[in-house]
Design a protein around this ligand. Sequence first.
Ligand code: ATP
Ligand code: MG
Length: 252
Amino acid sequence: MRESVTLAGVGKTYASGVEAIREVAFQVAQGEFLTLLGPSGCGKSTLLTMIAGLLAPSRGTIAVDGAPVQGPRRDVGIVFQSPVLLPWRTVLGNVLLPIEMLRLGRRPWEVRARDLLAMAQLTDFAAKLPHELSGGMKQRVSICRALVHDPSLLLMDEPFSALDALTRDQMGQELLRIWELYRKTVIFVTHSIREAVFLSDRVLVMTPRPAAIGFEIDIKLARPRTLDMQESDEFNGYVGVLRRAIETGGRR
Ligand SMILES: Nc1ncnc2c1ncn2[C@@H]1O[C@H](COP(=O)(O)OP(=O)(O)OP(=O)(O)O)[C@@H](O)[C@H]1O
Ligand SMILES: [Mg+2]
């Protein structure tokens, strides 16, 4: 089992004096779907932003594919909590943004961008502007954008939290389909217990701020996951265990 991401003794105290992360250490295997679950304000976004290389830890080390993270990396894709699309660019133009920023030359990558849009069922919308899309469609565009440069690591910060429950379930399935196809390493952040169980190979529960990892569980539900699994005793058993872990402040 090769490690994709390794965090050792990672802590973050903001310049304001707020200690967001006390001490976090974990490893993520290549191709693993890992979810960080925790209450609002516990430091989930802080942690993800540090793994992305957009924020430096105050203490400890983060490595991706064996190399210390010292800044943004090209082999990482990020989906932020809100879709943040450029309003003046078409859907295709938004998906190709990382390609332009990495100066990779648009032509060869446009085929891949269109394939991703097809997979996200957005083929007919490639030439549309973001304001012509629904919220769920925008979020699918931002997932395509995070995948377009073929990153080995996908970081997702509550990507579905603005969606209604039905769309959210559909998007979760969509994401698993993409993940099963491309086998990225995924670090997914949510405060939905059911979403965490449905998507993940493993869930880490963060304690309230300053965050540490309080609880960890492997989710051994069969794959591919289907929505009717959510009614099974096995599924709801995991939900119960995680709910109790969160209720006790993420501590065992
Ligand atoms: N740029 C910043 N400067 C100072 N403090 C910050 C900054 N960003 C976040 N914090 C603080 O760090 C703590 C953790 O914030 P963070 O955004 O990581 O939490 P979160 O778990 O992602 O919350 P949510 O679930 O609401 O998105 C909070 O107390 C927050 O006020
Ligand atoms: Mg957050």
